[in-house]
Design a protein around this ligand. Sequence first.
Ligand SMILES: CC(C)(COP(=O)(O)OP(=O)(O)OC[C@H]1O[C@@H](n2cnc3c(N)ncnc32)[C@H](O)[C@@H]1OP(=O)(O)O)[C@@H](O)C(=O)NCCC(=O)NCCS
Length: 211
Amino acid sequence: MAIEAPDERARRRLVNVLARAFRDNPMNVAIHGASPRRRLRANRAGLRALILDSGEHAIARVIRIDQQVVGGFVAIPPGLFPLPRPRIRRQLGCLLHQGARAMEQWSRVDFELGQFRTSLDHWYLAVLGVDPTHQGRGLGGRLLAELTRLAEERPAPIYLEADRAESVRFYRGRGFEDLAEHSVLGVRCICLGKGFSGAAPDVCDSVRVQS
Ligand SMILES: CC(C)(COP(=O)(O)OP(=O)(O)OC[C@H]1O[C@@H](n2cnc3c(N)ncnc32)[C@H](O)[C@@H]1OP(=O)(O)O)[C@@H](O)C(=O)NCCC(=O)NCCS
């Protein structure tokens, strides 16, 4: 088992792994519908923009077992959020594989959850996932420990959003606290953070008022 910064090839593998990991998440189903194949295709298009084009602004790590990429994460260090808009070809890829309606819905999710985000400088964990055939063996925990190590080098709280009950449990069990809860497109999303300490109540005041 090894955790490493991915080269181009490993990034492409990570796109496929995370497309599978997120395939059945509630927001994916709400936006992309009942067909698992469609959700996989849509996820790959979205993840290409994040994983292949964010090299200068985000930090990625992959975890390998027997040389195979089986999980990974993309995190945006303090001060670098939000990421620049994806390249036109990636946006066209999303249009082709997700459709305009789904793209609009993802923008809405991003906008609505964006209101939760604190003005405090923080790490933003954009995605973390493990291939479904390798889940439950400690790999997600190893990846999160690696992110925590990186966050110690550039100290700032860590923030993320999760829409799956098992994932929320995963983070809660590893020192993350609920900061806010919001329903978008009928899907319950939990905003979680680590290291916000006394700042936590302010993080979500605006959202509490609106929801
Ligand atoms: C959340 C996720 C990264 C955890 O990875 P993992 O390798 O299964 O995690 P670990 O084996 O280190 O830890 C398992 C823990 O996660 C929980 N868990 C979450 N999903 C699980 C799954 N599908 N299978 C087994 N355990 C799962 C378990 O309850 C367990 O908690 P515990 O150790 O406190 O008892 C992984 O399930 C995943 O990729 N989920 C889909 C993508 C996602 O929702 N990511 C989070 C939002 S960014």
